[in-house]
Structure formats: C-alpha cells, structure tokens
Design a protein around this ligand. Structure first.
Ligand SMILES: *Cc1c(COP(=O)(O)O)cnc(C)c1O
Length: 384
C-alpha cells in the first residue's frame, strides 16, 4: 500500500438523508419579514474529515449545531459563507441566479483559509433539493425571494492554528422582502480615513467571516454621524474600493458626452461580486452593441480601473459626476447621494426616482433576469 493515493469521497448527492421536521412552521406574512431574521424548517448539513472526506449529506430540521468549545471556528474564525437567492415567478417556477459563480467563489474562499474544497456541482445539486423542499417558503410577492446562506466552519476540537481536520458545510434559508420596499432610497456614505476593510495581500477578495466583524464598529460610528455605511478607501491616494459590504460603481460624463461606468479592478482587495460581474457584462454587452438595454445611454464605455477621491471631488466640481451606486445580492443596486469626506460632504445626483441613468436600466434588466420575466442563461431552474 505504500505510496498509493486513495481519493477520498467528494460530496455525494445520492447518499442524501432527508429527515423531515415533525413541527413544521407556517411562513410569516411577507410584509413582516426583516432581512435575515426568519429561517425555514430545514437545513442541509455535510460533514468533512481529513481521513474520510465528505460524509453523508442530510436535510434535517433547522436547529442548533453541537460544537465543542475548543473547535477551531470559535477561536480563529475558520468560517466562510456565500449569499444567493432563489426566486419564484408568477407560474410557481423556482430559479437561482448564476449559482455556479457562488460555488466557484466558495471554493476559492475555502482554499484561502485551508478549509476543504468540494465539487460545486454536487453541492449545488443538494442546495436545489433543499430549496425544492422549502419552496412554499419563497414569498410570492414581487421583489421577494428566499435568501440562501451556504456556510463552512472548521470543527476540529483543537486549540491550534492549523488546517482543521474536521469541517462542516451547511446551508440555511431565510425568506426576504425587497431591500427597498417603498422605492429606492439613496444612502449617504462616510469615506473613512481611519479604518480599512482590506489590504494588498490580505483577504478582502474572499467571502471569509473574518472580514466582517471588524467593519461593525466603524459602521456604528458612521451611523452616529448620519451616514448609512462606510466607503472603504485604500492607500494615501484614497482609492475607492467598496461600499459597506457591496461593490461600488461610479458613473462619469466626459467632455464629448460619453458616459463612463467605472468600478475598481479585482486587485485582491475587491470581493468579486456576482452582481458586479453581471452589471459589467450587461453594460459591456450594450456598449459593444451585441445586446441592447433600453434607456441605457448608447455612448457608453465600461472601465475596471482605480479611481481616487480626488477624481470624485473634481468630477463633482465640474459637473461630471452622474451617479454612484453599490451592488450586491441583498440590495441588487443601492444608489448613493452623499459622501462625507475629510469634513465636507460631496453631493451626488440620484435622478428623479432615486436612481440614475445607468443604474436604473441595468437594475431593470438584472431584476427581470432574476425574476424570470426576461429569459436568460443566468437563471437556473430548481427542480426536485
Ligand atoms: C458578498 C459581497 C459583495 C457582493 O457580492 P454579490 O455576489 O454580488 O452578492 C460585495 N462586497 C462584499 C464585501 C461582499 O461580502
């Protein structure tokens, strides 16, 4: 047996055990939903160990996990997560939006903190089975969805900093309403020069639990000053990076009337958002003439390039600043109307209905593709 490499089992959907809850709950009225507070009846769990690989997947009643106080996640933040949504169209058809990207990103996150990687197709297969089982929890009202939270934690009983020999992959689901139930409400940002979210060579480009707790206190401070979120800046040049936990886009108008859509490049400090990628793909398709998005300006260029606060200030002064917005799964598009920076406020136009001339048509297209009113390869059916 010396030198023989035995491949350990990957995730095996055909071994799924389904343990149904004996106390099913009734989903609460959709109007009462608050983001991330309500969970469905079941969860998916898949254990892993370095000796046996991926174990038996279970869909079981939602409930507490049993963890030893010594386990690695509780000490060294060995935890990663994803965020995706399942939508239900008016005919009852359930879909996910570009879930392959979430599977890829979760594997990238796992590898970054030495958690085990997995077969993304097999995991997605099991996630679909969970969503199918919980399909009555997907609210029917427009703009509502089921938020899916895949998570992986290190569970080895060991107070040492090392790759864990045991891990748990699990998925919970939460019915959610629209982020902006009463129409788009632009938010104000605090351009913080005291704190950072990410640094070169760090972990900003991965969806690791460790990236989020340090942002809570600065967010509270920003809120005290009347700003909804931090605008995270980088370096002495104050490059714009991200908005709270969203990617960031700026729209500028050039002298010849061309509209430029700018977002910072994936330089290792930016989380590669699925929404970011979708906004870029739609805008590039339109700019190249291969796909027409109605009402989006025709003279459009799309740039992934660094942009500094000085450039934002100059654009405000010259009237070239058209709009600024955040993008992410939870809110889709979040318009920004103000940035507090070095003791002054920069004012950003938001258009008459809360959204600007680039974000509005892109949002309409994106939401249409997510909800199934616009046919798209990005929309993936969930069946039994
Ligand atoms: C999740 C996340 C995003 C947005 O990613 P989506 O895939 O579009 O939801 C952006 N920035 C940070 C820091 C995030 O955690």
């Amino acid at each position: 047996m010396t030198g023989e490499v035995v491949a350990l089992p990957n995730i095996q959907p055909d071994r799924l055990q389904f343990i149904k809850t004996e106390t099913p709950k009734a989903p609460p009225p959709s109007q009462s939903l608050m983001f991330g507070h309500t969970f469905t009846d079941h969860m998916l769990t898949i254990p892993w160990s370095s000796l046996e690989g991926w174990g038996v997947p279970k869909i079981e009643p939602y409930g507490p996990l049993s963890l030893e106080p010594s386990c690695t996640v509780l000490h060294y933040a060995q935890t990663i997560f994803e965020g995706m949504k399942a939508y239900r169209d008016e005919h009852g058809k359930v879909t996910l939006f570009r879930p392959d990207m979430n599977m890829k990103r979760m594997n990238t996150s796992a590898a970054r903190i030495a958690l085990p990687t997995f077969n993304g197709d097999a995991f997605l297969d099991l996630i679909k089975k969970l969503i199918h089982a919980e399909r009555d929890w997907i609210p029917r009202e427009p703009g509502h969805s089921l938020y899916i939270r895949p998570t992986m934690i290190g569970t080895q009983k060991f107070i040492g900093v090392a790759p864990p020999s045991e891990a748990l992959l699990f998925v919970i689901c939460s019915p959610v309403g629209p982020y902006y139930p009463d129409g788009f409400k632009p938010i104000a940002l605090y351009g913080t020069t005291e704190y950072i979210r990410a640094a070169p060579g760090g972990t900003g480009a991965y969806k690791l639990g460790v990236n989020y707790a340090p942002g809570v206190m600065p967010q509270k401070q920003a809120a005290k000053m009347g700003y909804a979120q931090n605008l995270w800046l980088h370096g002495p040049e104050h490059y714009l990076t991200e908005v709270g936990t969203m990617n960031m886009f700026v729209v500028l108008k050039k002298n010849d009337g061309t509209i430029e859509l700018v977002t910072p490049p994936l330089d290792g400090m930016i989380l590669p958002g699925v929404t970011r990628d979708s906004v870029l793909a739609l805008a590039r398709g339109h700019a190249s003439g291969s796909y027409k998005i109605s009402d989006l300006p025709d003279k459009l260029v799309v740039s992934e390039r660094p942009i500094t606060m000085v450039e934002i200030q100059e654009a405000e002064a010259s009237g070239a600043l058209v709009e600024l917005f955040g993008s992410g799964t939870a809110a889709v598009i979040s318009p920004v109307n103000r940035i507090g920076y070095l003791g002054k406020d920069i004012h950003i136009p938001t258009g008459e209905d809360g959204m600007g001339p680039v974000s509005r048509p892109i949002w309409t297209e994106l939401v249409g593709r997510q909800m199934g009113t616009i046919p798209s390869d990005w929309s993936v059916p969930v069946t039994a």
